[in-house]
Design a protein around this ligand. Structure first.
Ligand code: GAR
Length: 219
């Protein structure tokens, strides 16, 4: 059974979707530790409500990123974590952290990478005026929001959308693709080749002729 550590900074709605998938048996793994860099993160309350061990590691308590990363690694290793999941974790992890968990850190980003990396990806997409927004689950490498992509989902932008309405629809989509990507990982179905993630044992024929067009007249 894969031992999962989840890093959060905020509400933890993605964490909740992962907990539910674990409890439903669709992710064959166990969440053994939740860590937040912010003691006020509501995700800590969610985790504790399910009896999951929680810990606060405040980045402000460390003089540099290295010290912060080292403490995160220490806590995760103490819990014998195999896979680190970034579920709305708003700090950048350094090379030392990633070296401790090679190809074993997975992140969710609220935009279609490589477009709109960084913070508030869904807002960036809205302001830019894209017709198709979305979200991305990817392995983490040393560049921000850059590593091999596991799953993406497209969310059309509607003409009367507000930032909040679009962000809410993207978030609902995150709650679908994130647990699914983790289920695939835990089932040993993901393989990285030349930065491309191959998913074994899935029938892609359904996707072969699928297009998502942003103009309703054409659909
Ligand atoms: C999610 O939209 C997630 O994609 C985003 O933070 C939100 C956390 O929500 N992450 C990033 O922007 C990372 N660059 P949650 O706390 O309710 O899961």
């Amino acid at each position: 059974m894969i031992r999962i550590g989840v890093l959060i900074s905020g509400s933890g709605s993605n964490l909740q979707s992962i907990i539910e998938a674990v409890n439903a048996g669709s992710i064959v793994g166990e969440i053994v530790q939740v860590i937040s860099n912010d003691e006020a993160a509501y995700g800590l309350t969610r985790a504790a409500g399910y009896g999951i061990s929680t810990k606060v590691v405040k980045h402000g308590d460390y003089s540099d990123r290295h010290g912060f990363d080292q403490e995160l690694v220490r806590v995760l290793k103490e819990s014998q974590v195999d896979l680190v999941v970034l579920a709305g974790f708003m700090r950048v992890l350094g090379a030392d952290f990633l070296a401790a968990f090679p190809d074993r850190v997975i992140n969710i980003h609220p935009a279609l990478l490589p477009s709109f990396p960084g913070t508030h990806g869904q807002d960036q997409a809205f302001v830019y005026g894209v017709k198709l927004a979305g979200c991305t689950v990817h392995f983490v490498d040393e560049k921000v929001d850059h590593g091999p992509i596991i799953i993406q989902a497209v969310v059309p932008v509607l003409s009367d959308d507000s930032r909040d309405r679009l962000a809410a629809r993207i978030l609902r989509c995150e709650h679908k693709i994130f647990p699914h990507a983790l289920a695939l990982y835990c089932a040993g179905k993901l393989q990285i080749e030349d930065r491309k993630v191959k998913i074994s044992g899935v029938d892609e024929s359904v996707l072969e002729n699928q297009f998502l067009i942003s103009c309703p007249d054409l659909v």
